[in-house]
Design a protein. Structure first.
Length: 171
């Protein structure tokens, strides 16, 4: 499965309030449906719809923060691993997007930076870096500045990966 695997923190770890990406906004207007993942985070083959305001809702209105559901029951462990992870490691389908439409928008109010994605792929994986330990991945020297921050920590970045159906060959 070919994809890109770039990690984003649009605040460049300089937001003094937090290094987490929960305050970044994510908007996927053509992605009401998603693949249900198992405890191993591999899609089960079942397709579900994200109800407005639910954990998986990033389609119903612009400006929804990635962490909008962080206090909701089920958010911890939502990405599998027997409840040991937090956030997202899932696949959203892109349905009925016009050609050359922006299908994903990521933005930060703190930095004012916005990144838009266009793709011809059928869906996108959103991964909120829940397996980063905070010990092994050093920040770039340009990202230093907030005292005490030296490494990429859990949930402090997000990967947005346009690709075909993950595990599709087996489903």
């Amino acid at each position: 499965m070919l994809t890109q695997h770039t990690y984003f923190n649009l605040d460049a770890y300089k937001n003094p309030a937090t290094d987490k990406i929960w305050n970044h906004t994510l908007y996927m207007p053509y992605s009401e449906r998603f693949l249900v993942g198992g405890d191993d985070a591999v899609p089960t083959g079942k397709i579900d719809k994200a109800a407005p305001g639910s954990i998986d809702d990033f389609w119903s209105k612009p400006g929804m923060q990635i962490g909008h559901a962080s206090e909701a029951e089920g958010f911890s462990g939502h990405c599998g691993a027997g409840g040991q992870c937090e956030g997202y490691n899932g696949y959203w389908l892109i349905d009925n997007a016009p050609k050359d439409a922006v299908v994903v928008s990521l933005a930060s109010e703190f930095s004012g930076i916005k990144a838009d994605m266009k793709t011809d792929q059928v869906g996108v994986v959103i991964y909120t870096c829940n397996w980063f330990s905070g010990k092994d991945q050093a920040l770039k020297t340009t990202q230093l500045g907030v005292e005490g921050r030296k490494n990429v920590t859990r949930s402090s970045c997000v990967a947005i990966e346009a690709q075909d159906y993950p595990d599709g060959v087996n489903r």
